[in-house]
Design a protein around this ligand. Structure first.
Ligand code: TPP
Ligand code: MG
Length: 335
């Protein structure tokens, strides 16, 4: 196993106030946006499925803090947080889930098809696993084009016993591709416990099989994710090849809105993870370190609340796509 040179504690020490508050704000935008989407789903405003990212915000934010718009992210069915952290606005996400023409995929995709190549968000997907291969392919393209960019796959524990995991990691390793494999191990694939479906409870240790660095980090600690992702990204950008980062985390809502959230897991387990809220712990640590004060966080709370309210109004007031344009944006237009 690989440990990042910089720990979570060092990272708190070396990042300045603005950077720390930025990380907090990014997580807060995801949290409030997801809470709003859950509410809107219950009100019948969202057609199709809606898998929220509540509890896992530190993973998307810690990783995407290392990326620029030319880096390519491939995501999952639980991908709103990845899109937001990569630079898609809450307006575009909410409008997309509402099926409006102002959505990021012009209202044609919904939750599991959020595409924004302009910011390097190369898609959320309802199919478990292929994002691993797509990010490997992006790494291959960057290497062929001699670009200092990285392909990033976010995937759940449920994708790690899928053939794509083996194929992608092996190929990325033999060709030393600039690819980051970010496993969000939230202990369940729908209602199936990873403890049941996997004989090895750690995903990070599997990196050794592919001869690449593997990290296991606390996925509820944005600074721990940040440190590991920073090291892995720098290695990938400078020709050092791929890395696997397992982030141990937990989703605190149901698998998807409208589904039960316990029965296959205990309420005590859910409650104990809620105590490890990634936002609360970052705020407490930053204040204890004297890097920012309570009022800084309160101001962000007010600002983000207004941002999400405005995004919700924008989505509600946007039109649905014109049926006459149904076949537009489906096929690429050759230049
Ligand atoms: C190839 C494929 N198999 C099965 C499914 C059905 N399915 C949707 S989500 C899911 C569980 C995914 O679990 P995980 O990868 O751990 O992600 P999480 O939901 O925990 O974020 C499954 C099996 C699917 N969408 N695609
Ligand atoms: Mg899972």
């Amino acid at each position: 196993m690989t440990s990042p040179v910089s720990t979570s504690v060092d990272t708190l020490d070396r990042l300045d106030r603005a950077r720390l508050l930025h990380l907090y704000r990014e997580m807060l935008v995801i949290r409030r946006c997801e809470e709003q989407l859950a509410k809107s789903y219950q009100q019948g405003m969202i057609p199709g499925a809606c898998h929220t990212y509540i509890g896992q915000e530190a993973v998307a934010v810690g990783v995407c803090a290392q990326l620029n718009h030319q880096d390519a992210v491939f995501s999952t069915h639980r991908g709103h947080g990845h899109a937001l952290a990569k630079g898609v606005s809450p307006r575009e996400v909410i409008a997309e889930l509402f099926g409006r023409v102002t959505g990021v995929s012009r209202g044609r995709g919904g939750s599991m098809h959020l595409f924004s190549p302009e910011v390097g968000m190369m898609g959320t997907s309802g199919i478990v696993g292929p994002c691993i291969l797509q990010a490997t392919g992006a790494g291959y393209s960057f290497k062929l084009m001699n670009k200092p960019n990285v392909g990033v796959a976010f995937f759940g524990d449920g994708a790690t016993n899928n053939g794509a995991f083996h194929e992608g990691l092996n190929m990325a390793s033999i060709w030393k591709l600039p690819t980051l494999f970010i496993c969000e191990n939230n202990m369940y694939a729908t209602e199936v416990a990873f403890a049941y479906s996997s004989s090895n409870q750690d995903v990070g240790t599997r990196a050794a099989n592919y001869n690449m660095p593997g990290y296991i980090v606390d996925g509820n600690d944005v600074l721990a994710v940040y440190a590991a992702a920073e090291e892995a990204t720098q290695r990938a950008r400078t020709g050092g090849g791929p890395s696997l980062i397992e982030c141990k985390t937990y989703r605190t809502r149901a698998h998807a809105e409208g589904m039960r959230d316990a029965g296959y897991r205990t309420q005590d387990e859910i409650d104990s993870w809620k105590q490890r809220d990634p936002l609360v712990s970052l705020r407490d640590r930053v204040i204890a370190a004297g890097k920012a004060v309570e009022a800084d966080f309160d101001a962000l709370e007010t600002e983000v609340k207004a941002l999400i309210e405005e995004a919700l109004d924008f989505a509600k007031n946007s039109p649905y796509p014109d049926p006459a344009t149904a076949t537009e944006y489906i096929f690429s237009t050759p230049q």
